[in-house]
Design a protein around this ligand. Structure first.
Ligand code: PEP
Ligand code: MG
Length: 319
């Protein structure tokens, strides 16, 4: 029994009928990369890089960023590491950018919009990433994308960065699917990128028009809402139609209740806080993909988040 538990702990996640799902970790700094390995992560599905940019008077230098990205890539020893470029907006003070006070910062200059405006800041991060890519399996991901122009513009700046950094290895480019616009036009965006990662935290916020941090409306914040399920489904189908892989990195990914649904919807990768990896792995090892697929299709027919949750709870009884 002990040996079996060890196998469960250390081996990759797959359903009983052999469908592999990569379980990756969300991290905010190199220290968390160590926790990710301990918990059995097969890679980093979301490296949030904001910590490098906040609480300081000057932006981080290319060298400082390079060292940090290299550290994480080396710690992960060749496992995939998805680094998200700066995802910040006017709700957080960045003294060196002189950002305007916005009435609705979550609908304002944030994520890719901000880095496309502050191109030098963006290019410095991309150069540091390209240099670090020699030390592991790096993938670059852009946040808050809503249109193809943003992706094309980001790719242009990446090309410039490549021309300025003489040593770089090929890296995959992906985007977060976290605006309803991106999910609904996933078949357009899939042509421009190598992968998607669905950010259900923001996707839920923007789709349901519910501020993710507002306690007045917490009860309305429901990632199991049929609208969200449909957007995840649409995104996965579009990615696969164009032979691109698709992951999910919102908090939903760490919920055991969601495991069968997410596997059934066809996600290739699920990324979550490191502490949740063992429980989600355990849940996946008990699943049959065929049954999970049926369950997901059934969930897509339901009328409310409550009905979806009831269906899923019934299936996870026992662990
Ligand atoms: C998300 O929006 O789901 C996500 C993973 O990104 P963040 O929580 O950093 O906005
Ligand atoms: Mg987000």
């Amino acid at each position: 029994k002990q040996q079996q538990e060890l196998l469960i702990w250390g081996g990759p996640a797959a359903t009983k009928d052999g469908k592999r799902v990569e379980l990756a970790a969300n991290i905010r700094d190199p220290r968390e990369a160590k926790a990710a390995i301990k918990q059995g992560a097969e890679g980093i599905g979301l490296f949030r890089t904001e910590f490098l940019f906040i609480n300081r008077e000057q932006p981080p230098s290319e060298e400082e960023q390079f060292e940090t990205y290299r550290e994480v890539l080396e710690l992960m020893e060749g496992r995939p590491v998805v680094v998200r470029t700066l995802d910040i907006g006017g709700d957080k003070p960045l003294p060196y950018l002189d950002l305007a006070q916005e009435e609705n910062p979550f609908l304002g200059l944030r994520g890719i919009r901000l880095t496309l405006k502050y191109r030098d800041l963006f290019k410095t991060q991309l150069k540091a990433l390209l240099r670090a890519s020699l030390y592991g399996n790096l993938k670059i991901m852009y946040p808050m994308v809503a249109s193809i122009e943003e992706v094309r513009e980001a790719k242009k700046i990446l090309e410039e960065a490549k021309n300025e950094v003489n040593k770089w290895a090929p890296v995959e480019i992906g985007i977060m699917i976290e605006t309803p616009a991106a999910a609904l036009s996933a078949d357009i965006l899939a042509r421009e990128v190598d992968f998607f990662s669905i950010g259900t935290n923001d996707l839920t916020q923007y789709t349901l028009a519910v501020d993710r941090g507002n306690e007045e409306v917490t009860a309305l914040y429901d990632p199991y809402h049929p609208a969200i399920l449909r957007l995840i489904y649409t995104t996965v189908e579009a990615a696969h139609k164009f032979n691109k892989w698709v992951g999910l990195c919102g908090e939903l990914g760490g919920e055991v209740t969601a495991a069968a649904l997410l596997v059934g919807l066809g996600l290739d990768e699920i990324s979550m806080s490191p502490i949740f990896i063992p429980q989600v792995k355990q849940a996946i090892l008990h699943l049959s993909y065929e049954e999970a697929r049926k369950l997901a299709l059934k969930a897509l027919e339901l009328l409310s988040g409550q009905e979806v949750r009831e269906l899923l709870y019934a299936g996870t009884k026992g662990y």
